[in-house]
Design a protein around this ligand. Structure first.
Ligand code: NAD
Length: 484
């Protein structure tokens, strides 16, 4: 590895990116410690890398599927082999507790094997023709160079869910992870891909923030942008890509409804609620962010959820066993404080939690919430569960749809058939009955509606279309004679 071992307590980063752009810190959110700095790529350096990767793409696409699959399988093995190092980075750089990091790593290993199989999937179809003697083929060809821009919350997974299928299908990739998770979502991937035998310039890592990100989006040599992150940045990327008709895969924010009907099992609903709202400190796009609960059971539900919240331990996931680690940065902790304070000023009541110690936020349950409060209107990305009540099914659906976002939702009811029926009225890309909103099975197409994305899907069989272009090739055995 080109960097030293973060497992040492008094770790000081020793890493030279080789670039000459702006410096950014590599830090530990749980302690505020800065391990060192990394130099980002300048605009000129970013353009140079894009050119090299564009140049390398035809040779990579011309390799056999067995060759590409073998590299992806070796990469999967390398992830497993380096698991302790990966967990240490995920805890220290991103504030991930061990079970979250373990789930994330295993999902990446499985996806690497899935992508290896994707390399041998049928890459086209035959169609009949109105012209006698003509063979019509739909051929799926690589897009070319894919720019992958990823966030910090599940850094390994959200980079790899695009990189792996893109590579399997013959694309080259430039990867720009978030600077806050540069090692977990960037350096580790690029180093282990090299260890697995990926040829030069098939995947290149670009360090830095918005500036190199913009260059990747704007550059004519990137044929596709696979972006996961905020709706604001995703919208700007969509607008820029529309100008050149560049392909996009945009996975954006969420503000997800968690509906509890009058006949729901409160034990199970409150367990799902605690998981959906507090896992990874609520920093998940699919977080159960708005609890919409029938008024007849709201008191019992709030009591059960608060009891679960009170049992959770907040701490430093690298040095102690805890359920919740720190929020990623001070601004995010401040944003959560403001959302709570403004909502309390409008009449919300803190049932439990509400304490913020630097970046450690205690799991918080709010009641007497109304739909005009900031905590209901905005994506929280912190461990806060706001509860609103409803009287009728129609009201519950209206509350669930009272958002510009549409990623995930869930409905708790003893009548699962009714739940399935109600799911059809919820404007979200994913709806789970009697479960919580944070669900990701890598073999199932994933994505949102409304401002949660560009309506594309990622994962499973759709990757075959997502990371390729369609080409119609027709063949006549001999030349055709037309009337003139
Ligand atoms: P962000 O949009 O600020 O940053 C995401 C990435 O984009 C980073 O790598 C960042 O450096 C880069 N970036 C920032 N400005 C850019 C620009 N102008 N051009 C190009 N790249 C730019 O995201 P964030 O706020 O740090 O991440 C959290 C958000 O991501 C939340 O809204 C969350 O819901 C969303 N998210 C969505 C999913 C999903 O699958 N739908 C998954 C995880 C996170």
């Amino acid at each position: 590895m080109k960097y030293n071992e973060i497992k040492e307590h008094d770790f000081v980063l020793d890493y030279d990116s080789g670039f000459s752009g702006e410096y950014f810190d590599i830090s530990e959110p749980a302690t505020g410690k800065i391990f060192g700095t990394v130099r980002g790529a300048s605009i000129e350096e970013t353009k140079k890398i894009i050119s090299s990767c564009k140049h390398a793409q035809p040779d990579w696409a011309a390799t056999t599927f067995e060759y590409r699959a073998a590299i992806l399988r070796r990469f999967a093995q390398a992830l497993g082999h380096h698991c302790e190092m990966i967990h240490a980075w995920n805890a220290r750089e991103c504030g991930s507790i061990r079970p979250k990091s373990e789930w994330e790593l295993q999902a990446c290993i499985e996806q690497a094997y899935t992508a290896a199989n994707l390399a041998q999937a049928p890459n086209g179809e035959l169609y009949p023709s109105t012209m006698p003697g003509r063979k019509n083929m739909r051929v799926k060809v690589p897009v070319g160079l894919v720019g992958v821009i990823a966030p910090w919350n599940f850094p390994l997974l959200l980079s790899l869910r695009a990189i792996l299928p893109a590579l399997a299908l013959g694309n080259t990739v430039v990867l720009k992870p978030d600077p806050q998770s540069f090692f977990t979502g960037g350096v580790i991937i690029s180093e282990l891909m090299a260890e697995a035998g990926l040829p030069e310039n098939v995947l290149r890592l670009i360090p830095g923030g918005a500036e190199p990100g913009q260059t990747i989006v704007e550059h004519p040599d990137t044929g596709m942008i696979a972006f996961t992150g905020s709706t604001a940045v995703g919208r700007a990327i969509a607008q820029q890509c529309a100008g050149t008709f560049k392909k996009t895969s945009l996975e954006l924010g969420g503000n997800n409804a968690f509906i509890v009907m009058a006949d729901a099992d409160i034990e199970s609903a409150s367990s799902c609620a605690a998981w959906g709202s507090f896992l990874h400190q609520g920093q998940i796009c699919m977080q159960s962010g708005r609890h919409i609960v029938h008024e007849s059971i709201a008191d019992k539900y709030v009591e059960a959820l608060a009891a679960r919240a009170n049992q959770l331990v907040t701490g430093n996931p690298f040095t102690e066993q805890c359920h919740l680690g720190p929020l990623i940065n001070a601004q995010q902790a401040e944003k959560v404080r403001t959302l709570i304070e403004e909502s309390v000023a409008m009449g919300a009541e803190i049932v439990t939690g509400g304490t913020i110690d630097t970046q450690l936020v205690s799991p918080t349950v709010l009641k007497n919430v109304s739909s005009d409060m900031p905590v209901f209107q905005q994506e929280i990305f912190g461990p806060v569960a706001p509860v609103v009540t409803f009287k009728t099914e129609q009201e519950a659906i209206a509350l669930a749809n009272d958002t510009t976002l549409g990623l995930s939702a869930s409905i708790h009811t003893a009548d699962s058939a009714r739940g399935e029926y109600l799911a059809t009225f919820i404007n979200a890309g994913m709806v789970h009955i009697n479960d919580q909103t944070v669900n990701n099975e890598y073999h199932i197409p994933f994505g949102g509606l409304k401002d949660s994305g560009d309506s594309g899907r990622i994962g499973g069989p759709v990757n075959l279309d997502e990371f390729t272009h369609t080409k119609w090739i027709s063949v006549m055995n001999q030349g055709v004679q037309y009337p003139f």
